[in-house]
Ligand binder design. Structure first.
Ligand code: ADP
Ligand code: MG
Length: 598
């Protein structure tokens, strides 16, 4: 029931059970049976292993999970495997969190609402209780309750009012630790688990420092950079709520192609904005075209900072830092993962910064129940996925991660015929399509959303009950962020990661995260070897080559398609070799340089 409560409750994703009765049958057979026949919950739960047919296929299957696929005893939990006690132990380690409004309060953990301000004497106990670690000179004291915003910093009444309007009774640990630092106008490096409220931790201090919307056209005074436009849009929506009652002028720039109208617009019109939320690529484009001026920016936030400081974004982030030339520029970096290389890099451009880390660095959110599932080879993945569906374990809404756009498309074509409400999102889809898919997923029209790394970071779907890593992630950071799309704002979540023989050498990286975040992991997995640095680097550079999803599924159409693609690839290589050879021959004959192949 909890799945449907999460869907229909205040979780942000609504779902029409009557309209999708057939799907309820598919995903949660006992529920559909109960509502159709009016049988008691006890009776209906007995029928849980029966799966009704879909798409006229009319399959009736009684599924028992093969032992070798039940690595962490998750099948044991549903009584489909001999009890080994593992799952109960794992459950015992986790906090029970109910859905609905109360769950939101749990996001704040900590030590309660009635706390007075932190003093020198209580500081270390307070930090320990909230699992906050700080580093830096004279790190400002954390705030213990929202009350201090008014008492200590005299935060504007409209901001406090809007904050109370959210219904969040206490700050989360990262808000307690990081807000004080930003409100005191210090540079900040902040790390805290996924879904723990980092966005508010930087938005509120920015609005506090900006005071009131500028009377004159001064140009941007604050810039927030996010790696994807979906995340930029989400930050904008949260900022808008926080801004109510003041006429802040916020500009969202993203990666969409610049329209003619925008190109020809007078750059000076941008001067009227106070805050800019942007993706790096789009911002650099605007800087290079003199579309905007960042010399008055006094607050720069890099959300998902480690991603923005990775090789493929580094040059752009560097240009942005250079363009923000105000002498009083303050910088704040936020992420759930902060590899040491990133911290070192951050140290080079931050001034007298404070470091605030909540929990264990690079660990996953502890409310996510994580499991690994061995699927043998690529051929086993679809089978394992269909087994999860039949067992009722694929509780929607589900985010399903694959390693490439190509594979996302392939899997979509495979699953769409299964009668699942499935859709796909990746960067090759248009802006309108991407927005449409996200809305459909939020409404509950899409049950399984196939996605690439595009959706791995920052996106806050409150009701996602399961993240399925169909393809093993390329880095430990990717794993932490992907599974962090569930278990948000104090809610419980589940993450399942498929692995094949080819992924096995990298398994330990995920095992380490699981252990660090309190999951029960069998001894044999703990004894696995860590992959070498070189192996990790190689995987980060390029994903493992995998068989076409449709070929793995035994589809003739897929096989033909895959052969066609291979032939095209080989054909163009052959053509190129032939052309190179004839160019060389020509060059030898004439003594000229080889002609350029166009
Ligand atoms: P992060 O950036 O750490 O991944 P977000 O800022 O996206 O997390 O917030 C995750 C969820 O927590 C959001 O849905 C947000 O509305 C909610 N949230 C933020 N602050 C609080 C709070 N103090 N109490 C309860 N819920 C909160
Ligand atoms: Mg975030």
């Amino acid at each position: 029931m909890d799945v449907f409560q999460a869907l229909t409750g205040g979780g942000g994703i609504r779902f029409d059970k009557n309209r999708f009765a057939r799907d309820v049958q598919l995903f949660h057979p006992h529920l559909a049976d109960a509502s159709a026949s009016g049988s008691s919950p006890a009776e209906s739960s007995k029928q849980a292993s029966s799966v009704g047919g879909q798409n006229g296929k009319g399959t009736q299957a009684s599924i028992v999970v093969p032992k070798e696929l039940d690595f962490f005893g998750s099948a044991a939990k549903t009584g489909k495997l001999e009890e080994d006690g593992t799952s109960d132990k794992a459950k015992g380690k986790r906090k029970r969190v109910d859905g609905g409004e109360d769950a939101e309060e749990d996001a704040s953990e900590g030590t309660g609402i009635s706390e007075g301000p932190v003093t020198k004497e209580t500081l270390s106990t307070f930090l320990k209780a909230n699992r906050i670690r700080t580093k830096g000179t004279d790190v400002p004291f954390p705030l213990a309750s929202w009350r201090e915003l008014e008492e200590r910093w005299k935060v504007h009444k409209y901001l406090v009012r809007n904050l109370h309007g959210t219904g969040w009774k206490t700050p989360t640990p990262i808000q307690k630790g990081a807000m004080g630092v930003m409100l005191d106008n210090r540079d900040l490096l902040a790390g805290a688990p996924t879904g723990s409220g980092k966005t508010l931790a930087f938005l509120l201090p920015i609005l506090y420092h900006l005071g009131v919307p500028a009377a004159k056209k001064e140009g941007f005074r604050a810039v927030i950079v996010s790696p994807t436009r979906e995340l930029a849009q989400q930050i904008y929506e949260q900022l808008r709520k926080l801004c109510q009652g003041r006429k802040w002028r916020i500009c969202v720039l993203n990666n969409t192609r610049v329209t003619q109208a925008e190109e020809s617009a007078d750059p000076m019109t941008r001067k009227k904005y106070d805050i800019l939320i942007t993706t790096p690529l789009r911002l650099v484009h605007a800087i290079e075209n003199n579309e905007l001026d960042l010399s008055n920016v006094q607050h720069l936030v890099l959300d998902e900072a480690d991603r923005l400081l990775e090789q493929n974004f580094l040059a752009q982030t560097d240009s942005i830092l250079a363009a923000c030339s105000h002498p009083k520029l303050r910088k704040a970096l936020f992420s759930a993962t902060l590899p040491s290389g990133v911290e070192e890099m951050a140290n080079t451009f931050m001034v007298d910064e404070c470091r605030v880390i909540v929990g264990t660095k690079d660990a996953a959110n502890e409310r996510i129940e994580q499991s690994l599932v061995f699927v043998g080879s690529e051929d086993g993945k679809l089978h394992a996925l269909r087994s999860l569906i039949q067992e009722g374990k694929l509780k929607p809404p589900v985010l399903l991660f694959v390693q490439s756009i190509e594979r996302a498309k392939e899997l979509f074509h495979e699953l769409v015929y299964d009668g699942l409400h499935v859709d796909v999102i990746h960067s090759e889809r248009s802006k309108v399509q991407r927005e449409g898919v996200i809305q459909a997923f939020k409404r509950g029209d899409v049950w399984v959303l196939i996605c690439t790394e595009l959706m791995a970071r920052g996106i806050d779907f409150k009701g996602v009950s399961l993240v399925l890593n169909y393809d093993f992630p390329q880095t430990v950071q990717s794993y932490v962020h992907r599974i962090g799309r569930t278990g948000r704002a104090g809610k419980q979540g589940e993450a399942i990661t498929f692995f094949t023989k080819d992924d096995a050498p990298y398994l330990k990286t995920v095992v380490n995260v699981m252990r660090q975040s309190g999951c029960d992991v069998p001894q044999w997995l703990l004894e696995l070897k860590n992959p070498s640095q070189n192996a990790k680097k190689k995987l980060k550079r390029a994903p493992i080559e995998r068989k076409d999803v449709r070929v793995a599924a035994g589809s003739i159409v897929g096989r033909k398609e895959s052969i066609r693609k291979r032939e095209m690839k080989e054909g163009s290589k052959r053509r190129k070799r032939k052309e190179d050879a004839s160019n060389k021959a020509e060059a030898r004959g004439t003594g000229k340089e080889p002609a350029t192949v166009v």
